[in-house]
Design a protein around this ligand. Structure first.
Ligand SMILES: *Cc1c(COP(=O)(O)O)cnc(C)c1O
Length: 435
C-alpha cells in the first residue's frame, strides 16, 4: 500500500463504534477471531495488543497436543514411526507452510530449539572472523538477548566487543533508522565486516528494515547477512530466498501463536546446503534420514536446512506450532497483511483523533510509511506513562510497557477487531484525563 492509498483510506475513517463495526462486517478474517482464546479481565474479553509478545492460543492447538499425548500413552516408543504424525520426521511437516510465511523454499526451512539458541548455532556457520575481517554490524539498542548473544560470540572468538561490534545509529532527535545511514556504515566498515545481524522489525519502534537493500550491501562488502525475524515472521511480507539472505531465525510465540517459549524457525539459503565442510555444530537429527538409526560414526548431512538439526525433535512443543501453521496456511500472508494495513491505519487514526482532544500527551514513534512498519504502533507518552499503562490494564486493555515511557500496541490481524480499536480509543482518552 502506498502512502497515498493510506491517506485516502484515512480520510474515510470515522472514530465511531458504528463505523468500526462496519469495517468488522467487511473483514474477511472476522470469523477467525472466534478461533482464538482471549484472556478475560473483570469478566470481559480483553482488548489484546500484545500479539507481538505472546500470540493468543488458537482453539485447534489443544487437539494437536492431545493427539501427541494420546499417541505417547498408546504407543510409547512405537510413536516414533507409528504415531498419527510420526515423531521421527514430525518437524518436516512445518517446512512447507513456513516457507510461504517467510518467502523461502521448503528445503531452506528447519524448526528446532529456541531463537537465541539458534542464532548462536547459526553464528557457528556464519560468524567466522579471520584476519582483519571480524566485525559485526547490528542495530543500536538491539533486543537485549541479541546484544548478549553478539557480545558473548565476539568474546568467545577473542575480540573486544567495543571494537568488534559496530552499532547502527539513529540521528539525534529521530526515532527511526535511515537506510542511507545504514548503507554508509556498511560501506565504512567494509572488508572489516564479517557479519551483519539485525532484527528485521525493530522490537521497540516497529520499524521494518529494508532487508533486501541491506543484504545486498552486506554481500557487496563480502560479509554474511542474517536476520532476527522475531517480530517479522507472521507479520510482514518476507522473501528471504529472493533477497538472497544467508540465514535467519525467528521465535514462533509472537505473531505465530505457537505458545510460550516455543520452538524457533530457521532459514538457511540453499547455496549452503550439502556442504560437508561448513563449520557447524552437529547432532544426530542432522544426519541423512535413512541412516539416522544406524548409529554410524560419520556425519552425513541432510541435503537441506535440516543438516543444522541436533536433537530429536521436542514433539510436544512442535504440535502447537503445527496447529498454528494450519491457520496461516488457510489464510495466507497476503490476506493478513491486507487487513494489517487497514487496522494499523485505523488505530493510528484513532490515536491522532484522541491526541487532538488531549493535546500533546503522546506521539507515535513508529514510521508513518506503510512499507516501513508492520502490525505495531509504539506510542511515546509524555505524561505519567506507567500509571496510564496500569489504567489501561485495569480497564481491559492489555498493552506492553517499555522503559522509559513507551506503550507498544500490536493489533494482530488474525484476531483483533476494528471495534477493539474504537473501544481502546475511548478507554485511552478517559485514562489520559484520569491519570
Ligand atoms: C522476542 C525476541 C527474542 C527472544 O528470544 P528467545 O530466545 O526466544 O527468548 C530475541 N530477539 C528478538 C529481536 C526478539 O524480539
Amino acid at each position: 500500500m502506498s502512502i497515498f492509498e493510506l491517506k485516502r483510506i484515512f480520510m474515510q475513517f470515522e472514530n465511531s463504534s458504528a463505523f468500526a463495526q462496519q469495517l468488522d462486517q467487511q473483514d474477511p478474517l472476522r470469523l477467525y477471531r472466534d478461533q482464538f482464546h482471549f484472556p478475560q479481565i473483570a469478566g470481559k474479553q480483553a482488548i489484546y495488543f500484545t500479539g507481538n509478545s505472546l500470540g493468543l492460543q488458537p482453539k485447534n492447538t489443544q487437539q494437536y497436543v492431545d493427539e501427541v499425548m494420546k499417541d505417547w500413552a498408546d504407543l510409547a516408543v512405537e510413536g516414533h514411526f507409528h504415531a498419527q504424525k510420526p515423531w521421527w520426521d514430525y518437524h518436516e511437516r512445518m517446512a512447507a507452510p513456513l516457507s510461504k510465511v517467510v518467502g523461502a523454499k521448503p528445503s531452506e526451512i528447519t524448526v528446532m530449539n529456541t531463537l537465541t539458541v539458534n542464532l548462536h548455532l547459526l553464528m557457528v556457520s556464519f560468524y567466522r572472523p579471520a584476519g582483519k575481517r571480524y566485525k559485526i554490524i547490528c542495530e543500536e539498542k538491539a533486543f537485549p538477548s541479541d546484544q548478549y548473544m553478539l557480545h558473548s560470540q565476539v568474546k568467545f572468538h577473542g575480540y573486544d566487543p567495543d571494537d568488534a561490534i559496530v552499532t547502527l545509529k539513529k540521528r539525534p532527535g529521530e526515532h527511526n533508522f535511515r537506510l542511507e545511514d545504514i548503507l554508509d556504515t556498511i560501506a565504512q566498515v567494509g572488508d572489516a565486516c564479517a557479519l551483519i545481524l539485525i532484527g528485521g522489525v525493530n522490537y521497540y519502534t516497529g520499524q521494518v528494515f529494508d532487508m533486501q537493500a541491506i543484504t545486498e550491501a552486506g554481500h557487496a562488502i563480502g560479509a554474511y547477512v542474517g536476520w532476527d525475524l522475531a517480530h517479522a515472521a507472521g507479520n510482514i511480507h518476507l522473501a528471504l530466498h529472493e533477497w538472497n539472505v544467508d540465514f535467519a531465525a525467528w521465535c514462533s510465540y509472537k505473531y505465530m501463536n505457537s505458545g510460550p517459549g516455543n520452538a524457533s524457525g530457521c532459514f538457511i539459503h540453499e547455496r549452503f546446503h550439502g556442504q560437508k565442510d561448513i563449520p557447524r555444530f552437529e547432532g544426530w537429527w542432522g544426519t541423512q534420514k535413512k541412516d539416522r538409526f544406524l548409529m554410524k560414526p560419520e556425519f552425513d548431512p541432510m541435503p537441506n536446512a535440516d543438516a543444522w538439526q541436533l536433537s530429536n525433535a521436542p514433539i510436544l512443543s512442535l504440535a502447537p506450532y503445527l496447529a498454528s501453521l494450519v491457520l496461516f496456511e488457510e489464510v495466507g500472508m497476503d490476506t493478513l497483511i491486507a487487513k494489517r494495513n487497514v487496522i494499523v491505519a485505523y488505530l493510528e487514526f484513532i490515536l491522532l483523533e484522541i491526541a487532538k482532544e488531549v493535546q500533546g500527551s503522546f506521539e507515535i514513534i513508529t514510521p508513518a510509511q506503510p512499507a516501513a512498519r508492520g502490525t505495531q504502533l509504539s506510542v511515546f507518552l509524555h505524561g505519567e506513562g506507567r500509571s496510564l499503562f496500569e489504567y489501561l490494564m485495569k480497564h481491559g486493555v492489555i498493552t506492553d510497557w517499555r522503559e522509559p515511557n513507551v506503550i507498544r500496541l500490536a493489533p494482530a490481524p488474525f484476531y483483533c477487531s476494528y471495534e477493539d480499536m474504537y473501544q481502546f480509543g475511548q478507554i485511552l482518552k478517559k485514562g489520559i484525563l484520569a491519570t
